[in-house]
Design a protein around this ligand. Sequence first.
Ligand code: AHR
Length: 514
Amino acid sequence: MKKYSLLTVLIAIFCLPNLFYGQTSITVEETEDAPIISKHIYGHFAEHLGRSIYDGIYVGEDSEIPNKDGVRTDIIEALKDIQIPNLRWPGGCFADTYHWKDGIGPKEDRPSIVNAWWGGVTEDNSFGTHDFLNLCEELGAEPYLAANVGSGTVEEFTDWIQYVNHSEGSPMAELRKENGKEEPWNVKYWGVGNEMWGCGGNMTPEFYANLYRQYATFMTSWENENDLYRIASGANQDDYHWTEVLMRDIPKHLIEGVALHSYSFVEWQDKGSATDFNEEQYFSTMKTALWMQELIDKHTDIMDKYDPEKEIDLIVDEWGGWYEVEEETNPGFLYQQNTMRDAMIAGVTLNIFNNESDRVKMGNLAQTVNVLQAVALTDGADMLLTPTYHVLKMYTVHHDTKLLPVEFDSPEYTYEGESLPAISVSASKNDAGNVNISLVNIDAEKENKVEIDVDALDVDNMTAEILRSDELQDHNTFDDPEKIVVKEFKDFKLRTGTLEVTLPPFSVVVLKEK
Ligand code: AHR
């Protein structure tokens, strides 16, 4: 009789069931030192760009569209429902052209400017600092102000801090009171410019690092000095040199976060339609979305070198899918539809952020309403919620929970000889001790079965939700705003410490312990 080595037998025992059933084994464990998944990973970004602010968020106090202080109530409710943790404003590229004093005081006295980056349209400054910060208060979201470095001054920047954070006794605090706001808003998050390598001034990292040091030195709230959280404008995708220079040249006591921007697209020069795309274009988009893992790993490696204690956070303050604008819309307005492809981008990106939450402490999806990978689209009085919105809502279970590290080998999603990991997973445990697991299958054709070992976690009763549709290109329209909605999911079993889940093609599933 033929003899087999112990190793061969062990390999057979562990691998055969997988090959036979085509099933992927995932282990979820609780570790002592696992980080908290900051709710700020689920943050948003709204720029003065196209119909993001005007029309999308702000319609003015006199509008017939239901509003609170000029802000659409449908948007307020929708954002509250996804527990929006923070909102970055006023840009983007717009931030480095924005002079905040243009947007305070009586609206009729505010000067108009040209929005030089986005369509050359007139910006009347009717939505300004008070409007934005009051909106954040209404939403229960932390404001994240991206301040002007590219065309501003240290004085203008520090005046803004005084205006919004000083309670009294400074000229700016008095000006705020004259403008009707007695108490300060106490803004914690401050971006020191935006994309300084590009629209923020085409600077070298060495030049910007010095400029950053200058700005950061004068950033203080006096009364709550240690509460300011300063974010340096970060790298574009794989510009590792940028991160290296910032980490090397900026003293630790002057910085709390380093940013990173990465968008997903088919090809930057040929982005293709948001809704009319083929599998090749889908595959390419998912390739750039999944690239986020490598980007975070490599930027983190650099940060670890200078900051092994992880005192400085990585802030991915712009991410999302970027396609051609919808036909007959202003090319400078970046208005695009949102399909199941975008749900896939959101699902995998947020799983990456969760799993990297020891370094990634904030993310800002670009952009909230009517621009790029929006969570809501508006048309006059109508509003619809996109597939991306639904993913954000499903993932609220992970806000401020403890990460449960996962281990698995993903099956491959293969297209024309190239492969990507088909499955993406993250898991967490909340304060009540309940376990939540989010799973994405990006395969355009194949369902994938997974077997999740939760034995060590004592999980006993789970419910699940799914976001899926018949076609990858499916999307919600103003005629059919609920074509894609979250549904109850039943295709899973929990038995003796193992969860067996069948994930349909291009679906997002969240399992929640009751
Ligand atoms: O989100 C649109 C633009 O993309 C932002 O203004 C800029 O920061 C980035 O290049």
